[in-house]
Ligand binder design. Sequence first.
Ligand SMILES: NC(=O)c1ccc[n+]([C@@H]2O[C@H](COP(=O)([O-])OP(=O)(O)OC[C@H]3O[C@@H](n4cnc5c(N)ncnc54)[C@H](O)[C@@H]3O)[C@@H](O)[C@H]2O)c1
Length: 317
Amino acid sequence: MAVLIYGGLGHVGSWVARKLIDQGQEVIIFDMGAARFSSLGLDYLEEVRDSITLESVDVLDSHTMIEMALKYRDKIDAIVFGVAVIAGPTFKDRPFRNVSINTMGLLNALEVARILGVPKFVNLSSGAVYGDRPGGQTEDTPFTVTDLYGATKVANEVLATQYGATYGFDVRNARLYFVYGPGKRPEIMHPLYQAMFGPLAGMSDVHSANGGDQELDWTHVEDTAAGILALLNAEGMNGEAVNISCGVAYQHRDIVDRVAKLLGKESGMTLGPGPFTPRGAPLDISKAQSKLGFAPKYANIDAGLADYKTWLDKDPR
Ligand SMILES: NC(=O)c1ccc[n+]([C@@H]2O[C@H](COP(=O)([O-])OP(=O)(O)OC[C@H]3O[C@@H](n4cnc5c(N)ncnc54)[C@H](O)[C@@H]3O)[C@@H](O)[C@H]2O)c1
């Protein structure tokens, strides 16, 4: 039996795929980037390429998606939905397209689960469902929407949970937060990410217009993926949402300083005042710890930064 990962070539999905394969699980990936696989620089997936069934699928093309899913109809015992346009300053520039990918894309994947009778569905959600509420948000903190991306995440949780309840399949929502690490090159990211993590890839002199006065629980991607796998595999979590982050908030200017210390030099990175995004931190991860046995390996960000540097130094592009 196999796990179907939508967005399995993305930052988070690719690590979920790798960890599932390491556990001996069969993996099918539906991702619009499939044709570009060999140029994505995902060395940890290339190592296990023979164990992956990879299909080029656009989540907005529901007919092709269902036809493709029917090819594997008796094999899929779980779906992980990780396609999204992620939060960032440009999300609002193309609202119809971005909301469609996130929410119509999810709806199409839920239809696959319904039509094929897939018993389990994990929706990759976000701490964005708490909007700008202050840190320490638990899974019982009410939904608060402070941007369009957050609106798609709230809508998706409600839709996914209700689809499961209506059609009798198990739905779980993994609320992720601010992921960094191997698989993502800083050069393709927004200025705040570049200013914090870019020096690890040799970048210098980036100015982020904001973010300097904010602290967030930046989470190493392998911890994020480990939490998702724990949620996927846990017994008795039907209908539950779980916060998955490192659980420790770091001030953004502190991250810049820690990177400089790791490298032994300053890289001329500057952060303007105010928050980068309307979010509080850190998420309360006690539910993941107690119900899933989740224990982030990189709760100390210095260890996560060193690991990220090791991957960037290899430059697997
Ligand atoms: N990265 C973060 O910091 C973060 C934080 C909280 C939640 N999340 C959530 O985690 C999930 C995964 O995020 P990520 O960082 O891996 O994103 P990502 O951008 O790295 O990956 C998204 C993947 O979806 C694919 N994709 C995009 N549009 C598609 C389409 N129309 N059809 C098919 N495939 C398409 C892309 O090719 C890519 O491989 C998302 O749901 C995101 O909202 C991420």
